[in-house]
Every structure is written in C-alpha cells, then in structure tokens.
Design a protein around this ligand. Structure first.
Ligand SMILES: Cc1cc2nc3c(=O)[nH]c(=O)nc-3n(C[C@H](O)[C@H](O)[C@H](O)COP(=O)(O)OP(=O)(O)OC[C@H]3O[C@@H](n4cnc5c(N)ncnc54)[C@H](O)[C@@H]3O)c2cc1C
Length: 403
C-alpha cells in the first residue's frame, strides 16, 4: 500500500493485486519506527497515524524477576523529529487501503488475484494471477513489484532453491487485552530471558472513564520442536493453555502478566521465522520489497517499518531513473547490504540480545555488578544504527523523495 501511494505521488499508474478475496484488519499491534513514520507523514498520512495509534514514549527492558535493566525515551521524547507510533497492524492496513482507493481509484486494488508466475516480455513484464475459482489471467506492466510477504511467490520464482523459512526455535503468542498502561501511558515493556519473554505496549489512548487502554502483548517461548514451525499466518488462532503456565508466576506490582494474557479476546500464534538473505532482489523489470525481500525475526520492531522505507527508496530511484531496471538496481544497492546484515543481526536476538549478555554474566544482586550503563547504551545504539533509525543519522538525512 505504501508503494502504491508512492507511485501515485510520483504520477505513476499502479495497480495492487492481492491474493485474498476480502481485505480484513488482521493481526495485532506493531510499532512504527520514526524512519517509517517520517515516510508516512511525507505521504500525507499524519492524520491516519494520530487516529489509529499512539505515540510511543519509552522502551523499557526488565529481567525475568522484574528488575529494570534499561529504559530509554522513544520517538519525539528521544529527540527524533518524527514520532514512533504503536498501532494495530490491521487498522494501519485498512487506513492505507482507504488512502490508496481514495487517491488511485477503487479499481487500483484487485482482490482474489494470487500471483502465480511472471515472465519477461518486450518492454516489460507479464504477471499471471489465479482466482479462487481456478481461473487465471495475465496482466502486463513496465515493472512488477513483489510485496507479497514471507511466502512470496515472486521471490520463489526469482530464487527457486531458497527452501522453507527458517524457524528460530521460538513461538510467539499474541493478543490484545484491556488493561492499565504500565510505567508511562505509552511505554513499550519487554521482560524475561532469552528462552522466555513477554512484551506489552498500549495501542490506544486510555479510556477517559476507566483509564484502560488496549494493550498489545506477545508471550514468547523457546521450544525444542514445534509442529507448525515453518508456517506463518497472521491469523492462526491458539489456546491460552498452550503457553500460559511458564508465565503464571510473572506477577509484579506494576504488571500482572497472567491476568493480561487471560483477558485477551483472542490469541494468535506465530513461529519465529525468517529467510536466509539472498544476493539479489531484482530480475530485469521485477523487484522485491518488504518481507518478500528480507523477512526477519521480529525482535527489533522494524520489519514493517523497513517495508515502508523500501517503498520510498524505490520510489526515489524510479523518480530519478524512470521505470527501468537501473532504478531497481539502484534501490537494491542502497537497501540490500544493510538490510541483509540486519536479518542476520536479528538472529542474534536484536536489541533484546542484551538479556543474553547479562544472563551469561550472572548471577547478580544488582544489574550494575555485571554490566555498565555505557555498555547497554552502546548495544542499543548499534542496533538502531543498523536498523536505519539512529537519531542523528535520521534527523539529518534529507527527505527520501524530495518535493
Ligand atoms: C510477532 C511479530 C511482531 C512484529 N512487530 C513488528 C513491529 O513492531 N514493527 C514492525 O515494523 N514490524 C513488525 N513485524 C514485522 C511485520 O509485521 C512485517 O515485516 C510486515 O507485515 C511485512 O509487510 P509486507 O507487506 O512485506 O508483507 P505482509 O504483511 O505479509 O503482506 C503480504 C501481502 O501479500 C499478499 N500475498 C501473499 N502472496 C500473494 C500472492 N502470491 N499474490 C498476491 N498477493 C499475495 C498477502 O495476502 C498479504 O496481504 C512483526 C512481525 C511479527 C511476526
């Protein structure tokens, strides 16, 4: 959707083909980092973000015994020129979809159109789409942009030997519950160990009467095996009994983990999966963006943010070089090396890898016996730099697409 809106901004004609027959607000919460928020604001979507999300104020990390390891301001509080937003993934998608239909026209989004293959033709590319009733049709264009996620068919054709997604040995159960925000009204809280973690953050403003917000949470366990390890579906329902028992004693005066889990309307399960980096995302007039290009372990809250940034960098190259393979290759050169490195870095657990460092040095009475504040700060800064949202780099970088 961000790519379609970018094409519209550039005056390019674009059509989105979506496999499902009805687009629904699936998923739970995600955080949009300031680098992606900046791009959405440049697309004129500030109002949408303010409507559906809340600005994150703080990121705080705790041990499994509830001891604070690190807390840092986020978004505007940290000095970024753009906020960080916590949003419901589905509401973001529906808001972007509405903007696409509004700006590009309602026929710009074609549903029940699963891409099943593509071939190069003179002056462009032809893509084949299959509907649920089994009928197929071909569409020709100058370019084909594969934004079809971790199970991308475009990527599969480009890299036929890539195999299945890699399972990182962990499973995440996700839900949204009503609850009191903890610490600030908008804190992102992460606690646990490398084997067992819990994340929660509000994705709505507190109700003025009850003070309750919609709290997004993720409970994560490392497991020896898992039956659906290489599956990954935003909407795979699960039972609380499957995972709650190791979290039952995670009750603190500032956060009651089992109570939050038990009050969720529904729980979804998602295995920790990524794909091995590939050395190219371009084949003639065909290019990959988002998870299709670089599905990564969701340990740094930045997969969707990176997808949005991809769309904007690709847009900048199309603006400079036209609808050409050279433009696609220029996008690939500017994004691929750093993002492939980030995919591998996320296998080392991303910013929460610091928990592993601390555990390896334990036991301790107080954190500062095993790690200094400077070492934690350096660890966190290195991740933000790698993920493209280091404060000074982002604040001083020019607009991706100049007016
Ligand atoms: C637990 C968890 C937490 C996360 N938290 C964050 C976070 O806080 N911040 C963040 O930035 N990211 C987060 N992410 C990552 C983020 O959700 C993904 O990176 C993002 O959804 C990728 O977007 P995408 O558009 O590339 O792919 P998707 O969101 O997977 O969308 C792909 C689309 O393509 C369609 N499609 C698939 N195949 C075809 C086909 N053959 N033809 C036509 N259409 C097709 C699908 O139906 C879907 O609509 C998280 C991920 C997980 C699992």
């Amino acid at each position: 959707m961000a790519m379609a809106l970018t094409c519209h901004q550039l005056g390019l004609k674009a059509q989105v083909f979506e496999a499902v027959s009805e687009i629904k607000p699936l998923g739970v919460g995600i955080n949009l980092q300031p680098n992606a928020v900046r791009e959405l604001i440049d697309l004129g979507l500030e109002g949408l973000l303010a409507d559906i999300g809340i600005q994150a104020e703080e990121w705080a990390l705790f041990t499994k015994s509830g001891e604070l390891v690190w807390a840092e301001p986020r978004g505007l509080n940290a000095g970024y020129h753009w906020p960080q937003y916590s949003v419901h993934r589905g509401y973001l998608l529906m808001g972007l979809l509405a903007a696409v239909k509004n700006r590009l026209g309602s026929d710009a989004v074609v549903t029940d159109a699963r891409l099943t293959g593509y071939k190069n033709i003179e002056n462009g590319v032809a893509a084949e789409f299959t509907s649920l009733d089994g009928s197929t049709h071909w569409v020709n264009g100058d370019l084909l942009i594969g934004a079809d996620g971790i199970h991308s068919q475009v990527r599969k054709q480009m890299h036929p030997n890539q195999g299945q997604p890699n399972w990182g040995g962990a499973v995440m159960w996700r839900g949204i519950s009503e609850g009191l925000p903890t610490r600030t009204q908008n804190s992102f809280v992460l606690m646990g160990s490398m084997e067992q973690r819990f994340v929660c953050y509000p994705i709505s403003k507190p109700d003025p009467k009850t003070g309750l917000s919609r709290i997004n949470w993720i409970a994560e366990l490392t497991l020896p095996t898992h039956e659906s390890a290489t599956q990954s579906d935003w909407n795979s329902a699960a039972e609380i009994e499957d995972f709650i028992s190791p979290f039952n004693h995670w009750q603190f005066d500032w956060l009651d983990v089992p109570a939050l889990i038990k009050s969720a309307d529904a729980v979804y399960e998602y295995p920790m999966v990524d794909r091995d980096p590939v050395d190219h995302w371009v084949e003639g007039p065909v290019v990959l963006i988002g998870d299709a290009a670089h599905a990564m372990y969701p340990v740094g809250s930045n997969g969707a943010s990176q997808g949005i940034v991809d769309a904007r960098v690709l847009g900048a190259k199309l603006k400079a070089l036209g609808l050409t393979t050279d433009a696609l290759l220029a996008y690939q050169s500017s994004v691929l090396p750093a993002v492939n490195e980030l995919v591998l870095r996320n296998r080392g657990a991303g910013p929460i890898g610091i928990l592993g460092v601390i555990e390896a040095r334990g036991p301790f009475q107080s954190i500062d016996e095993v790690i200094s504040t400077d070492e934690i700060r350096e660890f966190m800064s290195a991740y933000k730099e790698a993920a493209g949202f280091a404060l000074s780099t982002l604040n001083t970088s020019p607009k991706t697409i100049k007016d």
